[in-house]
Design a binder for this molecule. Structure first.
Ligand SMILES: [Zn+2]
Length: 951
């Protein structure tokens, strides 16, 4: 049964919690005294409820101006509530004097012991640790974690996000302890003849129960202070830890720098007169933004200078800290009335933290970095490219509904959805780009200036409606409504027609294969910020937002949309004029690296679809790559390397589609363009050396350049020059010297060499590396011979490359090897070369083999011959070997079906005859074939499109 929120139907609401907690670290319980200020709905007494878990309540009473009324309690354990009723039923007609009264009771609560990172930290929890001087493990830290609903294990309360109250805490504990809570200490009083002290804290501002917090223990601290510009105060900042607190200097500096920046960003006073950080040895959620007392797992903050010297680590530390600081305003001061908005709370904190860190020179080019473009934006876009993707609204609603039924042990993670978080950051970023960061700041400042937002718990849309009012734009709330209520991601197609540019938008999806399947998914126009870049480098101020299906821009010389990948959509350029303009801007060096990268990135995404890829994408990609490979572009400045790398990935995808086609039918024009105008010119331009050492320091530092080399090697694997390079690289892999070959090119080196093996002797050199690569590990840069995973990775590369030769003798060797090692995990990867060469003629000692067979025929005959034997092996009950064989059988079938897919009638009849055999439950051939067919659809389309593009 779903439980309706207490804030909706309870007789009373607490407005102030006064708590006195007596905590002895050696006990597993704590004692509490509660004195709550409460507002009732009416003066007629009724029973009422509070959330309560693992607490025992003693002598509860209502105290109003003249009466003290004794109560009794019942526990509703399932719903984690306590029900307060009149103790004496004969006084059931009690009428209170006013609707305000005090609720008083004592109680006993639980202290959870936490010993390892696997123990979850919630409610009040303690851990003990060693005293540095005595060596005894009798030092303690006791801390709290309330989000999302663990406050109820510390004190009975309405533990819901849609109510704010004030708190006044008193802690009675050992005098030697430090005591920290949300607000500052107002007084301390030593209790005579005991080792205890009463720590009294100031009343807090209005806040929710989930950010209530305290910590006590044997703690060290480091102190600084910072001057706040809006409230014109200097406030202390302390960082507490159980040891090594001096390692938190960098963290302290960061907080001192950013707290004032945030106060002036929101133009709203930081709500307290101090800020503390408590670094905990254990914390499940890693960091928690409790008002005025942020807790963070100490491993993320206590870092020695040599570790912090790594920029990516120090930036991570700053991102965590500033994210938590943002929450002090957004999330804590303004808070949200339901857990369904957790995605927004978190996305906002990350977005603003990154924006401010970049503005203040602590992050450089964050929004162009792989951290944002790939990890956040890229993964959200990929997720939304499925027809089954749900809107942020639907996901968060579902998370809430699921949790209403399960109240116990729900964690913040249950309400957190990584996709909504990533997408949230991307839409905030895109909103800021099209609205202007100053306007966004101004709008948010007006929100903070409105008391309603401070006193009530709100919805994100309330904020954007208010910002829209301030900026006099209705579009703002519609924008957020569109991106949270609509599922998926749009694609905008750009067609140029004389002086006109026609834009059309649809929902994008990988799963659409034709007009019919497109009509099956919801396709409502999105609010798309165009972020267009004009030919002259300026931006289009006239057409900012596209809200309809189509938009025609007259006399607007558009170069591209989604400038610098700031929006959340794909762009499909569908006129050759677009690619000509972009080529020109490459030649003039006026297009940014990220813009060019995004164009290839989007084309790559289209090639994975059946419906949205078009011949023009291939034509365009080839055109741009040709320009990048031409002499007119100087690559020594290393600009455009990332786009080239992505562009080569596009080429690889196009090339792979050719594997479906017979050698004699393949497109000569495509091959000529690819090899003569792209691969070889690029290879020569990048000037790799064959002199020792093979790679300069500078080349080794540039991973993108090494990845490009790896792609050029494998795409140009039949070119004389590349074969020559690879044979030397292979010699270095086998014989050293130490640290001479970068890991990134090992796989391509293997493939190129394997392709040209003609003798068993050479083939054996690579084959031996499958079983043991430890001997060569030291020749590979940055590989540790003692790291098992790295050695396995090297061995897998040898396995994946072993079958690229066309020599019949070597093909048979590989097939025998697979047959003998059928229960080896990953064995199917040794078929990769054979599938790649499926449509090629087999050779015998360098000459055409006498039957003139194709590789795919040899493999198919082999597969169908051994299939029944493997099935038998896989059907033996129980053993690990048969389980592994079953897995290999499934994967080998998948690979072989893919290779042989053009012979669908042979495959279908094989499936039919095999299914009549008795092995049905071992393997489902039908479903594997369906799967392969689906996967091949985009490839077939690419092959078709490539032929149309290269006539
Ligand atoms: Zn957060």
């Amino acid at each position: 049964m779903p439980v309706s929120p207490l804030t909706l139907n309870n007789w009373v609401k607490p407005v102030h919690y006064d708590l006195k907690l007596d905590i002895d670290p050696t006990s597993s319980n704590f004692k509490g005294d509660a004195l709550y200020t409460v507002k009732a709905n009416s003066t007629t007494f009724d029973s009422f409820k509070l959330h309560c878990q693992d607490l025992v309540i003693i002598s509860p009473k209502i105290i109003d101006k003249t009466n003290t009324i004794d109560l009794k309690v019942n526990y509703d354990k399932e719903n984690q509530m306590v029900i307060f009723q009149l103790k004496d039923p004969s006084t059931s007609n009690v009428i209170l004097e006013s609707m305000d009264f005090t609720l008083s009771f004592s109680y006993i609560g639980k202290i959870n012991s936490v010993k390892t990172n696997n123990d979850s930290t919630f409610g009040v929890f303690k851990s003990n640790f060693m005293d540095q001087t005595t060596g005894r493990s009798d030092n303690y830290i006791i801390a709290t974690h309330c989000q999302p609903s663990f406050a109820r294990t510390i004190f009975p309360c309405i533990d819901e996000p849609n109510i704010k109250t004030t708190f006044q805490l008193t802690l009675i504990t050992l005098s030697k302890f430090k005591a920290i809570s949300n607000s500052s200490i107002s007084s301390t009083e030593i209790i005579e003849k005991t080792k205890k002290t009463i720590f009294q804290f100031n009343k807090t501002p209005l806040m929710t129960t989930s950010i209530f917090s305290f910590a006590i223990g044997d703690l060290e601290f480091m102190k600084g202070e910072t001057k706040l510009p809006v409230s014109n105060r200097t406030i202390p900042i302390r960082i507490y830890a159980i040891k090594d607190v001096s390692l938190a200097t960098f963290a302290l500096d960061t907080v001192q720098k950013y707290l004032p920046i945030l106060e002036s960003y929101f133009n709203y006073s930081y709500p307290l007169d101090k800020l503390d950080f408590v670094l905990l040895p254990f914390l499940t959620d890693m960091a928690m933004e409790n008002l005025g007392m942020i807790t963070i797992h100490m491993n993320h903050m206590l870092l020695p200078p040599n570790i912090l010297a790594d920029k990516s680590i120090s930036q991570q530390v700053q991102q965590v800290l500033v994210h938590e600081l943002v929450h002090q305003w957004m999330g804590n001061t303004i808070s949200f009335d339901s857990w369904e908005y957790l995605w927004f709370n978190e996305a906002f904190a990350t977005w603003l933290a990154c924006a401010l860190l970049q503005e203040n020179d602590d992050l450089s080019n964050y929004w162009d970095s792989d951290d944002y473009q790939i990890q956040i934006l890229g993964s959200a876009m990929l997720n939304d490219s499925s027809k089954n993707s749900k809107s942020i609204y639907d996901i968060s609603h579902k998370n809430i509904d699921d949790k209403k039924n399960v109240t116990s042990k729900s964690s913040t993670q249950d309400f957190f959805d990584a996709h909504s978080y990533n997408k949230g950051i991307a839409i905030l970023r895109s909103f800021e780009r099209c609205t202007g960061s100053n306007n966004v700041k101004l709008g948010l400042q007006k929100v903070f200036a409105d008391k309603f937002f401070i006193e009530q718990c709100v919805k994100p849309l309330d904020i954007w409606t208010h910002v829209g009012n301030t900026l006099k734009s209705k579009n703002i709330s519609n924008f957020f409504y569109s991106w949270t209520k609509l599922a998926g991601i749009p694609i905008v197609s750009v067609k140029m027609d004389d002086s006109k540019v026609n834009l059309t938008q649809h929902r994008f999806s990988n799963d659409i294969i034709d007009e019919k399947s497109r009509n099956e998914i919801e396709d409502v126009p999105y609010h798309i910020p165009l972020l267009s870049l004009l030919k002259d480098g300026g931006s289009d101020e006239k057409n900012v937002l596209m809200t309809d299906r189509t938009l025609t821009l007259d006399d607007t010389p558009i170069l591209l949309l989604n400038h610098n990948s700031q929006g959340y959509y794909y762009v499909s350029y569908e006129s050759i004029e677009s690619y000509e303009l972009i080529s020109q801007s490459i030649l003039n060096n006026t297009i940014t690296e990220i813009d060019l990268l995004k164009i290839f990135d989007d084309i790559h995404a289209f090639l994975n679809t059946t419906y949205y890829q078009k011949p023009i994408h291939i034509e365009g990609a080839l055109k741009l790559l040709k320009v990048l490979a031409s002499d007119k572009i100087d690559l020594s400045s290393l600009i455009y390397l990332k786009p080239i790398c992505k562009g080569l990935e596009v080429l690889q995808t196009i090339t792979n589609s050719e594997l479906l086609s017979n050698i004699s039918n393949r497109n000569k024009k495509f091959k000529t363009i690819m090899i003569d105008s792209i691969i070889m010119p690029l290879f020569q331009k990048l000037k790799f050396s064959l002199k020792s050492p093979l790679f300069t320091e500078e080349e080794l530092m540039n991973q993108t350049k090494l990845q490009i080399l790896a792609q050029l090697l494998s795409l140009g694997k039949n070119e004389k020059l590349i074969i020559e390079y690879c044979s030397i690289y292979f010699k270095h892999v086998l014989q050293g010297p130490k640290q001479s070959i970068p890991f990134d090119i090992v796989s391509s080196t293997y493939i190129v060499n394997s392709t040209h093996f003609t003798t068993l002797k050479n083939w054996k050199k690579l084959f031996d590396l499958i079983k043991n690569s430890k001997g060569i590990a030291s020749h590979i840069i940055d590989i540790d011979s003692n790291d098992k995973n790295q050695i396995t990775a090297l061995q897998n590369m040898a396995l994946e490359s072993i079958s690229f030769s066309l020599e019949l003798e070597l093909i048979n060797k590989v097939l025998n090897f697979i047959n003998n090692s059928i229960d080896l995990t990953g064995i199917e990867t040794s078929l990769f070369g054979l599938t790649f060469n499926g449509k090629c003629h087999v050779l015998s000692k360098g000459k055409p083999e006498k039957n003139n067979k194709l590789v795919e025929e040899i493999v198919w005959d082999w597969y169908t011959k051994y299939y029944p034997i493997w099935v038998k092996k896989a059907s033996r009950p129980g053993s690990q070997a048969s389980q592994n064989t079953r897995k290999s059988l499934h994967n080998i079938t998948m690979v072989v079906f893919q290779m042989y897919a053009t012979h669908d009638s042979a495959i279908k009849s094989f499936i039919k005859t095999s299914e009549e055999a008795i092995y049905n439950d071992t393997i489902n051939l039908e479903s594997i074939w369906n799967n392969v067919e689906t996967r091949l659809q985009p490839k077939r389309k690419t092959l078709e499109n490539m032929k149309l593009a290269c006539v």
